[in-house]
Each structure stands twice: as structure tokens, then as C-alpha cells.
Write a protein that binds this ligand. Structure first.
Ligand SMILES: Cc1cc2nc3c(=O)[nH]c(=O)nc-3n(C[C@H](O)[C@H](O)[C@H](O)COP(=O)(O)OP(=O)(O)OC[C@H]3O[C@@H](n4cnc5c(N)ncnc54)[C@H](O)[C@@H]3O)c2cc1C
Length: 508
């Protein structure tokens, strides 16, 4: 069992010994969305953050490029709004995008006040430019470890607040409902199941890209929040939209380490094993991913490389320090060696549907960050908009949860029951990669579903895989990150997909 820090408040110290707990606000997940919400919530009551690994393990921690916000001299919120809407390929929620771009600069300001050490040029913040952005607007830090810079700042604030209790290595297994109201959660710690009740519960569990065998995400990203919300009857939206990143290290025995697209911005080339370029490297992520995927599947031993050997070595070592040193650990010097790559699942645009304050279709349940579908990303996410979304909508969810005043006492029959454990099934990951991956078609999606239906053991990964297959099968068009070989053009009518337990899938 992980030890609570000696500074933990008294109400927290006995936490792991009881089977039934009560707090004011539950936050599940310790990425940027969860921590940002917890800071606001702690002003109104006791907050318990449940997180399944150590507190610092999350997708947020690995974010490299940075956070998009309209703060440059030549930028304004209208330009950021227009770029976000264009990337979303017709499916963005205009009101949500407006909130995102307008409140973004305030969140950056707040982070600076909270001690985030972003890189500067002179007195001004250094801003980089990424694909799809009309101007340089990406705030970044620590040589490509931007996520860590943000987490450090948020975590320092959270740790200093006696109202927040952190429960690491604690697996959230299910939501507890009373009618259509979520009143708490079930969790597992050290093999023991227990329950916690609260006025409001925030899912900040991130995405589920681990449902693919090729994924940039850490092992924690298994879509647990998505699956639990589905089981509890919440509505999920646009689950077929998964963003694949085209340039991910592909080396036997090495993790799928992301090679940031800023490298291509500096002239890095993508070449096949004959050294030929076959795609314009500055196209969108989904276009480049498809081109790389097609090369790799053209013959059994085909290889694709990212080639940075012509980029000035000093620039690579300084601006891409994190990529440079990590690659060296795997025996590759990016100033001299070409890097073998594969596309990999990277980000879930869809998720638990929310309003602009993180409210879901179930009372008492909120969602923020990658687990949520606020509508800001539509069919494709603009690079560096997800950290911003986690900050803006994490803050908004926290503010809205403070308004919940109804105390939810434990249910009479609230014996904690054993629930879903965190099992990662390689078969499911292979099936999803093969049948609901970068290039999709009806016959393959149906095969994928049949194979999934044969699986005996229920798991979060299986629920997420099924949702992706079903929604991808229903969307008979290609739009944004969803590409159907049998329907290669976008449909005339624009629609979302909605999936909910025991209801027919809706296209509206
Ligand atoms: C390699 C990489 C680079 C990226 N670079 C960028 C970038 O430069 N800019 C950008 O905007 N976005 C980037 N992204 C995307 C971005 O990092 C994520 O979308 C964002 O961090 C999501 O934040 P979050 O708080 O919603 O979730 P996360 O940061 O994923 O946090 C989820 C938390 O929930 C916990 N959790 C999950 N399930 C359970 C459970 N069952 N019980 C308890 N706890 C649970 C996890 O342990 C974790 O603490 C990148 C992603 C990756 C993987």
C-alpha cells in the first residue's frame, strides 16, 4: 500500500482502511484536467483525487509540443477560433470553441502566476508554430517537456492545500448511481474494493488509446472513464474519431515514443527504405499517417524513417533535447541516424458528452479533459489544443461542481462489490489496430466486432473497442481523422454519433 504523506489531513489518514468513505468532491485522474479542477474545488470543500498509478503518471506528463493560446503580437482569439474550427472538419461545437480560445490566455496567465516555467525570448513567452495554426501560438517549456512543466505547477498548488487528499495507486472501477444520479465511485486499492460518496464526481481519466496495439499513450490510458460512464448509462459522442500520430519511434523493445511534428516543421523528411520521399511532410496528421501506413503495409518487411540528418545538429540538440536524448538511449543519434517510425493511436476526440461546464447526461457526474466530448475538437484535433482544453474545461467543471449542494449519503445496500480490474488484453489491441485503425471499411469493422464479441472476459478495453467499432461502422463517410476506404468522401449532411448503453446508436 502506498503511504500517505505525513502532512495529509486527519480525515485522509484513515482513508485506505475503511470500506465506505465520504468526501465532498471526487476527482478521478491526476492529469492536467483533474488537478486543475481540484484547485478550484478545494475552495469549497474536501477533494479526493483517485489515480491508478503514481500521481505524476498521465498523458499530460508526456505532452511535448505545448499549449496553444492566442497571446502573440500577431495573434487574436478570432484566428485561433478559425484554425480550430477548420481542423474540426465541420463537427466542432462553435460555442465550446469560443470558450476554449477566449479563456485560453487567462489559463496561461494563471499558470505563470502558479509558477509554470515556460520558455521565454527576452521578456515575452517563446511561441512556436505547429501544423494547422496560422501563427506561432504554442507556449512550451523545458526543451519539449511542456506537460511536466504544467503538472509541476498544478501539483505544487494541489499538494499545498490541506483540503485535497491524493489517493495514488487506487483504481476507480465503477460509478455508483441512484436513479439517474451519480453519487460516488467504487475503487480498488491493494486488492480490496471500497466505495466513496460525494456531492459530485469528476471523470478526468483521459483517453483510451491503449486500445490500439500501436499507441503513443502510457499504459494508464485504457479508457476506464469512458467504459465506466457507458456502464452507468451516460451518453458518449463521436467515439469513432481517434487521431493517429504519423511519426512514432518503431524499434523492437522500445516504447512508442512520439517524435514531435515540430521536427517536420524544421525540415525533417519522411522516407521509405529506398530513401524516397512519398508524402508532403507538412500535410495534416491523418493524411501523413495514412501515407506512412500504406507504405508500411505495402510489403511485409517495408520500413519508413524520419530523416533529420540534414537539419543543423546544434538545433536538434537544443530545441529537441528530449527527443535527442531519448533516441540516444535506444542507440539512435538523430543528428546522424534515420529513425524507424510507425503511425500510432494518439488522441480520442470523442468521449463522454458534456456541456460547457463539464456536466454529463447523468446528474452529479462531470467530465473534463480527453475523456470528455466538449465539442472543441470536432472530427480532428488541432495540435496543442488538448492541454488547453484540459485547463479551461477542468477549471469550468470545478467551478460548476462547487454549486452541487446535495449531500449523497452511502446507499443502504452499499456493500462494495468486486468490479472490473485493469486488464490489458493484447488481442483486443491487435484487433482494434487491424480492423478499426487508420484505414477502415465495413467488412473489416464487422470482422473486428465479431472477434470482440467472442471475448469472454468483460473489460474496459473491450467496451471501448466495441464503441469505436460500432460508431466507425455507422459513420459511412470520411471526415477528419475517420477514414472509410468504402466511403472516401465526406457526407453532405453533418452529424454526430451518440452511443449509450441499452439504446440504439444515434446519428444526429
Ligand atoms: C506523447 C504525447 C504527447 C502529447 N503532446 C501534446 C501536446 O504537446 N499538446 C497537447 O495539447 N496535447 C498533447 N498530448 C495530448 C495530451 O497530453 C492529453 O490529451 C491531455 O494531457 C489529457 O489530459 P487529461 O487530464 O484529460 O488526462 P491524462 O493526462 O491522461 O490523465 C488521466 C489520469 O487519469 C488516471 N486514470 C485513468 N484511469 C483511471 C482509473 N481507472 N482509476 C484511477 N485513475 C485513472 C491516469 O492515471 C491519469 O492520472 C500528447 C499526448 C501524448 C501521449
Amino acid at each position: 500500500m502506498s503511504k500517505l504523506p505525513s502532512t495529509a489531513p486527519r480525515w485522509a489518514k484513515s482513508f485506505m482502511h475503511d470500506l465506505i468513505h465520504q468526501t465532498d468532491y471526487i476527482v478521478v485522474g491526476s492529469g492536467i484536467a483533474g488537478l486543475r479542477a481540484a484547485i478550484d474545488l478545494a475552495e469549497a470543500g474536501r477533494v479526493t483525487i483517485f489515480t491508478k498509478a503514481q500521481i505524476t503518471e498521465s498523458n499530460s506528463m508526456y505532452a511535448q509540443g505545448g499549449i496553444a493560446a492566442a497571446i502573440g503580437q500577431d495573434d487574436d482569439v478570432e484566428k485561433h477560433y478559425a484554425d480550430t474550427i477548420a481542423a474540426g472538419a465541420g463537427l466542432c461545437d462553435a460555442a465550446a470553441v469560443r470558450v476554449l480560445v477566449e479563456e485560453g490566455p487567462l489559463e496561461i496567465e494563471r499558470l505563470l502566476q502558479w509558477g509554470a516555467d515556460f520558455e521565454r525570448e527576452g521578456n515575452a513567452l517563446s511561441l512556436s508554430r505547429e501544423g494547422g495554426h496560422a501563427v506561432a501560438r504554442i507556449v512550451h517549456g523545458n526543451g519539449g517537456l511542456t506537460g511536466k512543466v504544467v503538472i509541476d505547477a498544478l501539483l505544487a498548488r494541489v499538494r499545498a492545500n490541506p483540503n485535497v487528499h491524493i489517493a495514488p495507486f487506487t483504481f476507480f472501477s465503477d460509478l455508483i448511481t441512484d436513479g439517474d444520479r451519480v453519487i460516488g465511485i467504487q475503487f480498488e486499492h491493494n486488492g480490496k474494493f471500497a466505495s466513496c460518496y460525494a456531492k459530485a464526481t469528476l471523470l478526468a481519466t483521459g483517453g483510451g488509446s491503449q486500445v490500439y496495439s500501436q499507441s503513443t499513450n502510457p499504459e494508464t490510458a485504457t479508457g476506464d472513464g469512458l467504459a465506466a460512464a457507458y456502464r452507468a448509462g451516460a451518453e458518449l459522442r463521436d467515439m469513432e474519431f481517434v487521431q493517429f500520430h504519423p511519426t512514432v519511434l518503431s524499434l523492437h523493445g522500445a516504447p512508442r515514443f512520439l517524435l514531435t511534428e515540430a521536427l517536420r516543421g524544421e525540415g525533417a523528411r519522411i522516407v521509405n527504405d529506398r530513401g524516397e520521399r512519398f508524402v508532403n511532410e507538412l500535410l495534416t496528421r491523418d493524411e501523413v499517417s495514412r501515407a506512412v501506413f500504406r507504405q508500411l503495409t505495402s510489403r511485409p518487411d517495408a520500413k519508413v524513417f524520419l530523416d533529420t540528418t540534414h537539419v543543423p545538429a546544434d538545433l536538434l540538440r537544443k530545441k529537441f533535447r528530449h527527443v535527442y536524448t531519448t533516441s540516444l538511449n535506444y542507440g539512435l543519434d538523430i543528428t546522424r541516424d534515420r529513425i524507424p517510425i510507425t503511425p500510432a493511436a494518439h488522441y480520442f476526440m470523442g468521449g463522454v458528452q458534456t456541456d460547457l461546464s463539464g456536466r454529463t447526461s447523468l446528474r452529479g457526474l462531470y467530465a473534463a479533459g480527453e475523456v470528455a466530448s466538449t465539442g472543441v475538437h470536432g472530427a480532428n484535433r488541432l495540435a496543442s489544443n488538448s492541454l488547453l482544453e484540459a485547463l479551461v474545461f477542468g477549471g469550468r467543471a470545478g467551478a460548476a461542481m462547487k454549486e452541487e449542494s446535495e449531500i449523497n449519503p452511502p446507499l443502504q445496500s452499499s456493500e462494495p462489490s468486486s468490479g472490473i480490474f485493469a486488464t490489458v488484453n493484447q488481442n483486443i489491441r491487435d484487433i482494434t489496430w487491424r480492423y478499426a485503425g487508420i484505414v477502415r471499411k465495413a467488412r473489416e469493422l464487422e470482422t473486428g466486432l465479431e472477434l470482440l464479441d467472442r471475448m469472454k472476459e468483460e473489460s474496459n478495453l473491450l467496451t471501448v473497442a466495441r464503441m469505436i467499432h460500432e460508431c466507425a461502422l455507422a459513420r459511412e463517410e470520411s471526415r477528419g481523422a475517420h477514414y472509410r476506404e468504402d466511403f472516401p468522401a465526406p457526407a453532405v449532411t453533418i452529424f454526430h454519433s451518440y452511443i449509450q448503453k441499452d439504446r440504439a446508436l444515434k446519428l444526429l
